[in-house]
Design a protein around this ligand. Structure first.
Ligand code: C2O
Length: 456
């Protein structure tokens, strides 16, 4: 493949719908035929200043275009709306909806790549690559995204004044086995879920379409994905929510691309294991899929799945496939679950005896009209010093037909109940602040919870 093909959208022919990709955009056809290195997506904290400046200039130019003309196909808004159209403006059951099914990781990968191609084409800097936010290591919004006046800070954000908690970034430190993964979702052994029951434990989610119309969040989608959206967007004291917290506006915030960059990188980390990669679907529906995006000249381009499954064909590689930067484990959370914290729900639950694996299941969770992130913790009823944080659940605000398809969250609590060694445990749902000084939370609606013996 030529360097040009690597850096730019491939021309696609899709009866009538698709025009000619990037051809004709200034600087594109004159790309040197000599092999150019594949652009490297870097950790934002390691991005050299001149590369950061180039990225800011390119994103800033797209934002300015949208301010002048909201319909400008070269603008940031038109690009961001591509996400709105497959997110909040279609219901979970709609075939165009890419969340809650196995299009979640591939679609966002294609969207990031197309955005990157646009930034390269518009700026003439063919080395631009979207940096990622390694929230496993950096539990606050990285400084370049917060610098006043920067294009990267041009977004509605009400980020709470606290670090992301370990449970929000899916670092389950109470369980040595899963803590060693850095992000517990990496333990998922299969990309697809073949039954609705298997969706929460799968890395990639359920087929879409599927005969029964199932949908639901795969292992990464609620946590860490939603939890970090909620943190980055936050909620203001007057009830306004940030771009990242509101489905319809999430991709307006440049940090969306750094957040999804890290999720995309985790996919690459996960698939380094050949046995896991081998589970990626070979179904024709999957490998022959094409994703459509608006291009800079107002036409539609198609990104074929064959490219999505190979980042080099999309035109990028990552600087590192380590979960934690330099392998350094961040300090333990400053906030700990304890008996004194407000509870949105709680229950005394019996622990099944002799179970090889125990799962905490919360039933009938309904999203409200405000974003909500909660930590799930358990303790021995007779020992308030024994609280362990076993996971989180997070729902943003969706003012549209899409809702959060994760109404039956499950948590593997095998290690936790072993540690607590009690026949009955106290389980609490603790709200996490998403606003500065937040004191009130929407209710956590659910129909019950239980701990069950699960299949190994
Ligand atoms: Cu399409 Cu992070 O959401």
């Amino acid at each position: 493949m030529s360097a040009r093909d690597r850096l730019l959208p491939r021309r696609s022919v899709l009866s009538g719908l698709v025009a000619t990709g990037a051809a004709g955009i200034s600087g594109v056809e004159s790309a040197s035929p000599a092999a150019a290195p594949i652009p490297v997506r870097q950790d934002i904290v390691r991005l050299p200043p001149q590369r950061l400046a180039s990225l800011e200039a390119a994103i800033g130019e797209m934002q300015r275009r949208s301010r002048r003309d909201p319909a400008d196909p070269k603008g940031w808004r038109v690009n961001a709306l591509a996400h709105t159209h497959v997110c909040s403006s279609v219901s979970n059951a709609d075939l165009a909806q890419v969340h809650g099914c196995w299009w979640f990781l591939p679609w966002h990968r294609a969207f990031l790549a197309v955005t990157e191609w646009k930034l390269r084409a518009l700026s003439g800097d063919r080395t631009i690559a979207l940096p990622y936010w390694n929230w496993s290591s950096d539990r606050r919004i990285p400084a370049p995204f917060a610098r006043a006046g920067s294009a990267l800070a041009d977004a509605a954000r009400y980020t709470p004044d606290r670090d992301l908690l370990a449970v929000e970034v899916d670092h389950l430190s109470f369980d040595p086995l899963r803590a060693s993964l850095g992000v517990a979702a990496l333990e998922a052994r299969s990309f697809p879920a073949r039954t609705p029951d298997a969706i929460p434990a799968s890395f990639g989610g359920i087929a879409k379409p599927n005969a029964a119309g199932w949908h639901g969040h795969s292992r990464m989608e609620t946590v860490p994905h939603n939890a970090i959206h909620n943190y980055a967007g936050g909620e203001a004291s007057d009830g306004a929510v940030g771009d990242m917290t509101e489905l319809a506006r999430a991709a307006f915030d440049p940090i969306f691309f750094a957040h999804h960059g890290n999720l995309d990188r985790l996919w690459e980390i996960w698939r380094q294991d050949p046995a896991r990669k081998a589970t990626e679907p070979t179904d024709r529906d999957f490998i022959e899929k094409q994703f459509l995006f608006p291009w800079l000249d107002g036409t539609i381009i198609a990104v074929p799945m064959a490219d999505v499954l190979d980042t080099q064909r999309l035109g990028y590689v990552y600087d590192s496939l380590g979960v934690l930067r330099d392998g350094l484990v961040p300090a333990a959370d400053a906030i700990r679950p304890d008996a004194a914290r407000r509870r949105l729900a709680s229950a005394l639950l019996r622990v099944p005896s002799d179970a090889m694996r125990c799962e905490l299941r919360i039933h009938g969770v309904q999203p409200g009209d405000r974003p909500l992130s909660v930590e799930i913790a358990m303790a021995r009823p007779d020992n308030p010093a024994s609280w362990i944080s076993v996971g989180a659940h997070a729902m943003g605000s969706a003012h549209g037909p899409a809702v959060f398809p994760d109404t039956e969250p499950r948590f593997d609590v095998t290690a936790a109940v072993r540690l607590l060694a009690a026949p009955v445990v106290d389980v609490a749902v603790l709200p996490l602040a998403l606003g500065v000084g937040q004191q009130s939370w929407p209710p956590f609606r659910n129909t019950g919870m239980e701990i069950v013996a699960a299949d190994v």
